[in-house]
Write a protein that binds this ligand. Structure first.
Ligand code: C5P
Length: 408
């Protein structure tokens, strides 16, 4: 990697001293650092030591007139390929999550048009506080990459998550964030389903579920970023389709199946949608009316088509790689292994939805392939998407694809 530049915001915290080592290590790898020191950050490291290592003056105050004549704060916020906040304090993350802009660091974070990576470090109670959790989830939902802190003994004597990761791990995160997508999926057609389906009872009522569509939309975006031509077939969600994908909006499971079949041939099918398992046998053309006397209508249900199984079972035109999802509340891995066999797909991405995964911004994954099970750490849904897109690219284009198709 060469000639990249980061804008490094050093927050206040005992871990701030490690940012000096970070600047040095990045420099060795050809990544230049321009530095903003927050007021609290300057209590832990001096502007002088920062500029000695970065080879540039460190920026400290929003209303420093000399800085403004040399470089305005808006220009500063856009003067690098990536903005890195390290250490990211609870306070800095709260400000960024709320969109405050009352000092140079927060103004920069609001004004930048570049990707942002935050490396938190704080006391374990602060990291685990509901307010910090909320802020981290919001930042991730806004597209900020927030690295998970390390677990271990803390400067304050407590033990738990909150420690700044090793400098080498931070460098890896920065290099990954700076790396342009490889476009290894150029020429590949990827079909992705996302969101819930809606099964009408009458013109105003339906059966559905809580799927937000975030994971499926993230995967569609990540596959597109790797160069794939993506068709995203989605049930009703409150998200904007990612740029550059062909978007097909559907309501029911039967519509979704038809849209998928119409979109074939595809090289890879990623079945993320939370398809309703059942639908009412008959949707009433008129709104069902209250009959009174405590009498409620009996709704007869029938099974919906299984889109994943249908596409997996195709003799002609089966996508080369078929990936299903499994959301379980217990025995996640065992049930996912069984589901892979039952659905006839190649991989299953399984997650535990007993917590706040549905609708949330994070996910913890088991990837079940013919070669075994991988357990991924808890990641932002966007990071899950990028990882999965990279694995798809390995499987479809790698020299040793390691992909044994279920159809073989
Ligand atoms: O059986 P279960 O609903 O847990 O399976 C989940 C997987 O199957 C997901 O990949 C989902 O998209 C897919 N599925 C489907 N059609 C259905 C039900 C599930 O494609 N009717």
């Amino acid at each position: 990697m060469s000639s990249s530049r980061i804008l490094l915001i050093i927050g206040g915290g005992i871990a701030a001293y490690k940012s000096l080592e970070l600047i040095r290590e990045l420099g060795r790898r050809g990544i230049a650092s321009r530095v903003i020191l927050t007021k609290a950050g300057a209590e832990f490291v001096t502007p002088l030591s920062v500029s000695a290592l970065s080879g540039e003056k460190a920026f400290t105050e929003l209303f420093d007139l000399t800085d403004e004549t040399e470089m305005g704060h808006i220009e500063l916020s856009r003067s690098a390929d990536l903005v890195v906040v390290c250490p990211a304090t609870a306070d800095l993350m709260a400000k960024a999550a709320a969109g405050l802009a009352n000092d140079l660091a927060s103004t920069t974070l609001l004004a930048t048009d570049k990707p942002v990576l935050m490396v938190p470090a704080m006391n374990v109670r602060m990291w685990e506080h509901a307010a910090t959790k909320r802020n981290v989830a919001r930042l991730r939902a806004d597209g900020v990459r927030v690295v998970e802190p390390d677990v271990g003994p803390m400067a304050c004597g407590e033990f738990g998550p909150g420690r700044l990761p090793d400098v080498s791990a931070i460098v890896r995160e920065i290099e990954a964030a700076l790396a342009p997508p490889s476009k290894r999926l150029a020429g590949v057609h990827a079909l992705v389903t996302a969101g819930p389906t809606r099964e009408p009872l009458d013109p105003v009522r339906y059966i559905s579920n809580h799927s937000s569509g975030k994971q499926g939309y993230g995967i569609a975006a990540a596959l597109a970023a790797e160069g794939a031509r993506v068709t995203l077939v989605s049930g009703p969600v409150a998200l904007k389709p990612p740029e550059g994908v062909t978007f097909v909006s559907v309501e029911t499971a039967r519509d979704m199946l038809k849209a998928c079949e119409d979109a074939l041939p595809a090289d890879v099918f990623v079945s993320v949608a939370a398809v309703a398992d059942w639908r009412p046998v008959k949707a009433s053309p008129k709104k069902l009316k209250l009959k009174g006397q405590g009498e409620a209508p009996t709704i007869q249900l029938t099974e919906n088509p299984d889109i994943l199984r249908t596409l997996s079972a195709k003799r002609k035109g089966r996508p080369r790689l078929v990936i299903g999802f499994a959301a379980e509340t217990h025995d996640v891995e065992a049930l996912a292994v069984e589901k892979r066999a039952r659905k006839g797909c190649d991989w299953i991405v399984a997650n535990d939805v007993s917590g706040d995964v549905m609708g949330g911004s994070e996910n913890e994954i088991f990837l079940i392939t013919p070669d075994g099970t991988e357990h991924w750490p808890r990641l932002a849904k966007d990071d899950v998407s990028r990882r999965l897109a990279a694995r798809v690219a390995d499987a479809l284009t790698g020299p040793n694809p390691g992909l044994r198709l279920a159809a073989e």
